[in-house]
Design a protein around this ligand. Structure first.
Ligand code: SF4
Length: 287
């Protein structure tokens, strides 16, 4: 297997100190692969604006650049617009991770300068499929979460669908990962995860067959290497849960491994190439 470099060029990754804020425990779905499920089943609440302001103050003091808003379902937070306003005032780059159900209920001006990343599990399935996305005037990136059942046709059909019908500019290929497997070992594949070598083959075939113009982001999963950016040995991520709970590495979220505080770019980590947050970015050469 080789990358079709005749079609794509790699874009270097901009490293950002990133805090993921689990801003609400509410969700309209109960996805099998939800890595926040143990965190959000505790209760059913939203982060308050006061708590969010404190989180942002601390984040800026620590040299943070990027906020990812997660849940639960962030678009169910009643103060989402105010939270995005705070981020804009502080010039913080923001991405909202959403299941897509409520994207028809917001206008572009509500989302301010944030990016929306909509996760898709299938082409035509009942939940979180490309075909079940509502009509919207919002711009968004599609994030296809590959599972053991994903095949090449549905990946291609989904990419073509979101590009044609929603004018998506970015198609992210990632994986549903089961992180609370018995050994709590993130290289283990379990019932819903596509085995890593099969994932590698699927991505290669997708890159060969896909003829659209979206940028393709690929979760590395330890089997894709960047040709532009050296792996980092310091962690630049942290997770904040409502009530002040901190978990540094997303791999620890399912298992609720809390810690007192977080720092960016200080904690050593040798897992960078398999890190949930690591990816490569490919751009079509003719675009
Ligand atoms: S795998 Fe390493 S770099 Fe990635 S979030 Fe966890 S500790 Fe940080």
């Amino acid at each position: 297997m080789r990358f079709p470099w005749d079609k794509y060029e790699e874009v270097p990754l901009e490293r950002r100190n990133t805090l993921q804020v689990f801003m609400t425990n509410k969700c309209n779905l109960h996805c099998e692969g939800c890595f926040a499920r143990n965190a959000i089943k505790e209760n059913n609440c939203d982060i308050t604006l006061g708590e969010y302001q404190l989180v942002i103050g601390e984040f800026l003091k620590k040299g943070g650049n990027q906020i990812n808003l997660l849940g639960g379902e962030p678009l169910l937070h009643p103060k989402l617009k105010e939270i995005l306003q705070i981020n804009d005032e502080n010039k913080i780059k923001t991405t909202i991770y959403t299941n897509g159900y409520f994207i028809g209920e917001y206008k572009p001006e509500d989302i301010k300068s944030a990016k929306l990343r909509v996760s898709i599990y299938s082409y035509k399935g009942k939940t979180k499929s490309a075909c079940s996305l509502p009509k919207t005037s919002l711009a968004f990136d599609a994030n296809f979460m590959v599972s053991k059942d994903t095949d090449l046709d549905e990946l291609i059909l989904s990419a073509n669908h979101v590009e044609k019908n929603y004018n998506c500019k970015t198609f992210f290929i990632s994986s549903i990962r089961e992180l609370d497997n018995p050994r709590q070992e993130f290289f283990d594949d379990t019932a819903i995860t596509m085995p890593v070598l099969k994932y590698k083959e699927l991505v290669h075939k997708f890159l060969e067959k896909y003829e659209g113009n979206m940028n393709i982001h690929i979760s590395k999963r330890g089997v894709f290497e960047s040709t532009k950016t050296l792996p980092d040995t310091k962690c630049r991520f942290a997770n904040y849960l409502i009530g002040g709970k901190i978990i540094q590495c997303p791999y620890d979220v399912v298992n609720l491994k809390f810690q007192k505080d977080y720092e960016f770019n200080k904690r050593n980590c040798q897992q960078n190439n398999a890190c949930l947050m690591s990816k490569i970015i490919l751009k079509r050469k003719n675009v």
